[in-house]
Design a protein around this ligand. Structure first.
Ligand SMILES: Nc1ncnc2c1ncn2[C@@H]1O[C@H](COP(=O)(O)OP(=O)(O)OP(=O)(O)O)[C@@H](O)[C@H]1O
Ligand SMILES: [Mg+2]
Length: 245
């Protein structure tokens, strides 16, 4: 569903000079897979996800998203993905229900379809309790659920989620994790980033370990553990970093 071909991003900063945020990267993510990008702060996760979401153009390389060329079919790609970023915009004066009705109309989804979609989303994300409250009065977790809901309203086949559980308590985090699992079971392809080892362990079919712009390895959790003869993913990660050039 997502294939990247030596995609990379270099930023130029007057103070720091050239920053290789993402070194040439080739990954292939299958349909219905839960694929995790795991890496510490500054690893390049957000930059990679922003490129794949057409928000940022690559310095080199390209990708195909659901067989669409990243450099040529950006408008179509946007219909195929739901991208959750740290700064998804919501309108504080609206309630989650009003917000989704508004974006549904923008996407030209019929009112009946919006009703069906939002009912399903409110169930999956356990949102009913607050769907009619103003967004500006919601808690962090409730706001994040609303952002996720807005991200997937148009029912895209691919979800690209940048740190979807960042700053959430364990209950809300678990709801999001279960939501990701259920979505994959329903056929969605999920690419998400995290720096929580535990989350990657619980959720991912395959994990890409990312550090300083480089993908150190991509494999299943079990294979990664076997390769480094370690039990905990954190130890596996450290073993890879020590060997990195
Ligand atoms: N617009 C930009 N201009 C210059 N440098 C940038 C820009 N965006 C990101 N970077 C740099 O690129 C590198 C990768 O950043 P990125 O945000 O992709 O990492 P990340 O893995 O998402 O980190 P975090 O876990 O903190 O979100 C960092 O060194 C960052 O400072
Ligand atoms: Mg980030």
């Amino acid at each position: 569903m997502i294939t990247t071909y030596d995609i990379s991003k270099t930023f130029y900063d007057s103070k720091r000079g050239e920053i290789h945020a993402v070194c040439p990267t080739s990954i292939a993510i299958r349909k219905s897979e839960i694929f995790g990008l795991l890496g510490p702060n500054g690893a390049g996760k957000t930059t990679l996800l922003r490129m794949l979401s057409t928000v940022l153009s690559p310095t080199t390389g390209t990708a195909t998203i659901n067989s669409l060329n990243l450099l040529k079919n950006q408008e179509q790609i946007k219909k195929n993905i739901g991208f959750l970023s740290g700064n998804t915009r919501l309108y504080g004066r609206l309630s989650p229900r009003e917000l989704l009705d508004y974006f549904g109309a923008l996407y030209e989804i019929s009112p009946q379809q919006i009703k069906i979609r939002t009912t399903k989303i409110f169930d999956m994300l356990d949102m009913w309790e607050f769907v009619d409250q103003r967004i500006e009065k919601l808690s962090t977790g409730q706001t994040q659920k609303t952002s996720v809901a807005r991200t997937i309203l148009h029912d895209p086949p691919i979800y690209i989620l940048d740190e979807p559980t960042l700053g959430l308590d364990i209950l809300t985090g678990r709801t999001i994790i279960q939501f990701i699992r259920d979505s994959a079971a329903q056929g969605k392809t999920i690419l998400f980033s995290t720096h929580y080892m535990e989350e990657a362990e619980m959720l991912c079919d395959r994990i890409a370990l990312m550090h300083q712009g480089e993908i150190l390895d991509i494999d299943t959790l079990d294979n990664l553990k076997i390769k480094k003869n370690k039990y905990h993913l954190a130890d596996v990660f450290m073993a890879f970093i020590k060997e990195a050039p």
